[in-house]
Design a binder for this molecule. Structure first.
Ligand SMILES: Cc1cc2nc3c(=O)[nH]c(=O)nc-3n(C[C@H](O)[C@H](O)[C@H](O)COP(=O)(O)O)c2cc1C
Length: 206
């Protein structure tokens, strides 16, 4: 089984990158047949800007640009998609949002046309979300931010396309706490990625 771990952070030495690497380590430890690749969107200079060419794809007037088709192909090759990202303004960073905007396109992620029922096309995709947050649990609880993120991201993006969000984690206090607990949690996420007994879960880890 193969995991595609997508990370959206400009600094390869950041906690977010450390967490992505630990998820991969956990996948490798979980079984000899299991593998992973890291898609480092910043290092690869993925262009998150939704262009006229992307709009033509949305209108089903043109095939996806080469960079988008390449991203779709690497998701197609994976048995699990893991997104690891810092929370910016109670959501994902613009780089990752642009990746979603462009890659999860009409015709590949879903079939939309004004005169037909929406067809969800990513039923086989299993998704794991790992958000790294600077704020604490009280702040998230007080404002319902994690619920809002789940509505937008887990439901609004992945459910919309028919994908299954298997786990959705929020790793809190990332700027003030010893990172060991988060790094251990990340390795655990990787270890359990291809464990079929693992059920859907959502956690907020301080
Ligand atoms: C532009 C920006 C916006 C941020 N917005 C939030 C936020 O809305 N909620 C939050 O919990 N942390 C927020 N943070 C803190 C980051 O989530 C935190 O810096 C990150 O998780 C630390 O991980 P890193 O060491 O990998 O950068 C923000 C940080 C930046 C730079």
């Amino acid at each position: 089984m193969h995991a595609l771990i997508v990370v959206a952070h400009p600094n390869p030495r950041s906690l977010t990158h450390g967490i992505a690497a630990r998820v991969g380590e956990g996948v490798s430890l979980s079984g000899p047949g299991n593998s992973f690749e890291i898609a480092d969107l910043a290092a690869e200079a993925f262009d998150p800007r939704f262009s006229l060419a992307d709009l033509a794809v949305h209108h089903r007037e043109a095939p996806p640009p080469a960079d988008v088709a390449a991203e779709q192909a690497r998701i197609d090759r994976a048995d699990a998609l893991v997104l690891v990202y810092p929370v910016y303004w109670w959501s994902m960073p613009g780089l990752l949002k642009g990746w979603i905007d462009r890659v999860f396109s009409n015709g590949w992620a879903f079939d939309f046309s004004p005169d037909a029922k929406l067809v969800k096309k990513l039923h086989g995709l299993r998704v794991h979300l790992v958000a790294v947050a600077g704020a604490d649990a009280r702040t998230y609880a007080r404002h319902g931010y994690f619920g809002a993120m789940k509505t937008q991201i887990d439901h609004g993006i992945f459910d919309y396309c028919g994908a299954t969000v298997v786990t959705s984690e929020l790793l809190l206090d990332s700027e003030t706490q010893d990172p060991t607990a988060h790094l251990d949690a990340a390795r655990d996420i990787g270890r359990k990625l291809f464990n079929p007994s693992k059920r859907c879960e959502t956690t907020e880890a301080a």
